[in-house]
Design a protein around this ligand. Structure first.
Ligand SMILES: *[C@@H]1O[C@H](CO)[C@@H](O)[C@H](O)[C@H]1NC(C)=O
Ligand SMILES: *[C@@H]1O[C@H](CO)[C@@H](O)[C@H](O)[C@H]1NC(C)=O
Ligand SMILES: *[C@@H]1O[C@H](CO)[C@@H](O)[C@H](O)[C@H]1NC(C)=O
Ligand SMILES: *[C@@H]1O[C@H](CO)[C@@H](O)[C@H](O)[C@H]1NC(C)=O
Length: 444
């Protein structure tokens, strides 16, 4: 009897490890087989990277890895700088979850001083191939830590003017990126889709209060070979009081500053705007139809809020022509060129193509999160990065036409029925189209 039990024990001690090793082997073999036979899911490419020609080779490739790499990309400047901030702002690493609200990153007076006197003295980390980069990229790198520029022209009363009529809270604040010399574009916008005041919806007669501001940097003899139009700008502003101008060079790679500084302005001077449209001065918007759409979104949000009993829930709406899976353009001669030494990875989903609409509450959240996202030279992508940081993605709307209507449809007013925004239109075309849409509205 005792002998038998002893045998059983021996059997267990020998057999069990053998069986376990066998199972392990089978598991390893199956895993290897699954790995080998795995094909990555087919990703539909929706987008051709800006500036690239339309032949098929230029299609943006699908991402090969996550957008925000946990691994430090040693060689790319933006990734490196962002990595430092991510660590600084990481509540787990810092061990104080109540301190997630990070104080605003202020520049030391020394850096500010250096930036204003001689940009080359700025403490910007140098790139290995700095000297071979295009001028705009070099200018960006040297100034990318400067985020505060004084307002030269402000509109502090934009959203608080007319309390007697209860009209101080815009339903839609239109912020148009313009340049000093584009007087004609601004005037065409004022006379058409960007008219300030009460605007009726097209289907829904409710409409709402619309306010328009133009976002400008500096273009005068101090920033390049520009004629001095400052006196004319002053006159324009006296007349219309809708110009916001900041003291930085108005260049393509500085457009991100307009978003950033506009969010700051919004927080201070117009925090209760319900929706924001941000766009270029060469697009056409069907403002009435946009108001209808926004009313619908607002109602749906309120219904959702009531059904969930979350009276405090904010609206995180952002819609536009969404571009996914875009990679940086690596062609040095192109306006959108981003060298590999500056940024590695794919872009997060972003809304491109001249205009995007978001809720006012989201704008305030973007303003806050932007303190933790290093400036990026392409404004639409930067907005996408900030959204990504908030854990949000933009919503695609087919009414935002970046690539215009087919040529044959362009002159038919009824073709615009489902359009909210179209790029691009000259001031003359804006006026003509506006007039035609007013008269043809009933017929479509
Ligand atoms: C955590 O952060 C809060 C707010 O900044 C601060 O008041 C508190 O003292 C911090 N606690 C610790 C343990 O560091
Ligand atoms: C306030 O709004 C009303 C109606 O739109 C307008 O008639 C009036 O001039 C406005 N007042 C000011 C101070 O803007
Ligand atoms: C942006 O503006 C600042 C301030 O005027 C200037 O120093 C910098 O060179 C500009 N950046 C670009 C990319 O033009
Ligand atoms: C909704 O929430 C409020 C306060 O949190 C509570 O008093 C009320 O009973 C809730 N209503 C429903 C229908 O759950």
């Amino acid at each position: 009897m005792a002998r038998c039990r002893c045998n059983g024990k021996l059997l267990c001690m020998c057999l069990l490890p053998c069986m376990m090793t066998g199972h392990l082997l089978i598991y390893v073999m199956v895993s290897i087989f699954v790995t080998i036979s795995y094909t990555p899911p087919q990703i539909i490419v929706h987008y051709i990277a800006p500036g690239a020609s339309t032949n098929s080779e230029a299609l943006a490739r699908h991402p090969m890895g996550p957008f925000w790499n946990l691994r430090l990309e040693e060689s790319a400047l933006w990734n490196r700088l962002q990595h430092v901030w991510d660590r600084q702002h990481n509540p787990i690493l810092r061990g104080n979850t109540s301190a997630t609200k990070v104080p605003k990153t202020k520049l030391s007076p020394l850096v500010k001083e250096a930036c204003s006197s001689d940009p080359y003295k700025c403490l910007a980390p140098r790139l290995s191939d700095f000297d071979s980069l295009p001028e705009q990229m070099r200018a960006f790198v040297l100034s990318m830590h400067c985020r505060e520029y004084p307002l030269l022209i402000n509109q502090p009363g934009m959203c608080s003017g007319n309390r007697t009529f209860g009209l101080d809270n815009p339903m839609l604040l239109i912020a148009v990126k313009s340049q000093v010399g584009n007087f004609e574009n601004r005037q065409a916008i004022r006379e058409t889709w960007g008219r300030s005041g009460f605007v009726r919806g097209e289907i829904n007669r409710r409409g709402g209060l619309v306010r328009t501001v133009f976002l400008l940097g500096r273009q005068d003899s101090s920033t390049g070979p520009y004629p001095d139009l400052n006196r004319l700008l002053e006159l324009e502003n006296q007349q219309f009081s809708d110009i916001l101008q900041w003291d930085f060079r108005d260049t393509f790679f500085n457009l991100t500053l307009k978003d950033l500084l506009f969010w700051h302005w919004l927080q201070e001077h117009c925090p209760s705007a319900v929706f924001i449209f941000k766009g270029d001065d060469d697009v056409f918007v069907r403002t009435g139809a946009l108001l209808d759409y926004l009313h619908k979104q607002w109602e749906e949000h309120n219904m959702w809020r009531a059904s969930r009993n979350e009276t405090e829930a904010l609206m995180d709406l952002i819609v536009g022509d969404v571009i996914s899976n875009a990679k940086p353009n690596r062609e040095p001669t192109v306006k959108y060129y981003i060298p590999e030494s500056f940024y590695k990875g794919v872009y997060p989903p972003y809304a491109g193509g001249g205009g995007v609409v978001y809720s006012g509450s989201l704008a305030l959240r973007l303003r806050e999160v932007s303190d933790r996202v290093q400036l990026f030279p392409i404004d639409d992508v930067y907005l996408g990065m900030c959204l990504h940081r908030l854990g949000l993605s933009p919503r695609h709307h087919p009414g935002f036409l970046t690539f215009d209507l087919p040529e044959a449809e362009k002159d038919k007013p009824c073709a615009y029925r489902s359009v909210l925004l179209v790029h691009k239109r000259s001031p003359k075309e804006m006026l003509a189209l506006w007039r035609r849409l007013q008269t043809s509205r009933a017929r479509c």
